[in-house]
Design a binder for this molecule. Sequence first.
Ligand SMILES: [Zn+2]
Length: 433
Amino acid sequence: MTITETPAKANVPAGAAAAAWSHGTGAKCRFCATPLRNTFVDLGMSPLCQTHIEPHQLNHMEPFYPLHAWVCHNCFLVQLEQYVAPSDIFSDYAYFSSYSDSWVEHARRYAQMMIGRLGLTAKSKVMEIASNDGYLLQHFVQAGVGCLGIEPAANVAQAAVAKGIPTTVKFFGEKSAREIAAEHGQPDLLLGNNVLAHVPDINDFVKGMKLLLKAGGVITMEFPHLQQLMEQNQYDTIYHEHFSYLSFVAVERIFGHHGLVLFDVEELPTHGGSLRIYARHTEDVSKPVGERAMALRNRELAKGFERVETYADFEERVKETKRGLLEFLIDAKRKSKKVVGYGAPGKGNTLLNYCGIRRDFLDYTVDRSPHKQGRYTPGTHIPILHPDVIRETRPDFVLILPWNLKEEIMQQVAFIRDWGGRFVIPIPTVSVL
Ligand SMILES: [Zn+2]
């Protein structure tokens, strides 16, 4: 769709400096359709992050796609150009169904809070987009609140239904929103966690939410906050599955275009710093825009999130972070130190490929997921082993790839201190603990 009435706040730096980081490929903004010409960061070519290689595939070719993020100079949405069909990316979706204990606890606290805040009862209806195996809705079901999960992967939806969580198998958008409203009614609470950034057609998705939400209802969504990505150099959270990188002001503009107002927001520590936004129909004046929403908007404006120059120096900081990590690894290897990895998360794939870290630097990495053990990291072909191997091989350094879980991991693997082993955290700049 085309959007004609986006605010004209275009503000492009003039002269040679601007030309150096402005070279569009003809792609258009996925929200406002303005041709993209400002690079946010170009991470080169990278394979899809969930395509862990099996031993018999080691001699095969692997597809690599550009990992190039842009910022729209008209609406300031940071985004990837679409390089891969979403159906190719999400074919292995079932992997996302395993959640850590701390994430289930996060969901439980959220459910409890929302039941209290909205006064939800057996007569209310809660719907979750990308509800997965029902890890979150189960807390509403237990409290006797009516629920419906909306989940695109049939096998994952089946797991939810088996647990007693009503779930419909649908990819969410305008069309399915109409079908759901006709069949199941409209929700008092419509929620989606870590889905907004992964949606290829953000207009179709938000339009669907507007259609589905009951008059007087509330939407909540959680997504990683662009401010944290930029300030903490979290460039490795950029991967092909993750289409948009969201600031509060960009989301406010997109929701506003579709008749939804953000009236509250919370800042959460999850995924390196996330936002939980609260939205309502523009027509619903019973919920005034609160203090926290106004404060965050003002803070982002003060930090320049609506000036394209603000985004211009991120790429250089990313390069410097890479140089720092490689400097550390080169130095360690020159001293014949043994370095291994911990984890094989999506963000690890971006980091390893962008920095060019293969078995020349990391002997192996480990992961608790049995789906990944015995396989190899995409592109870089580092073997993924069982965590017990760390105890057997006594490495000098363990590079923690899922740095958002570093506290948890350093506790689990604290035994490396017995032989003088140390942890290495790559983000925001390399640090040895
Ligand atoms: Zn735009």
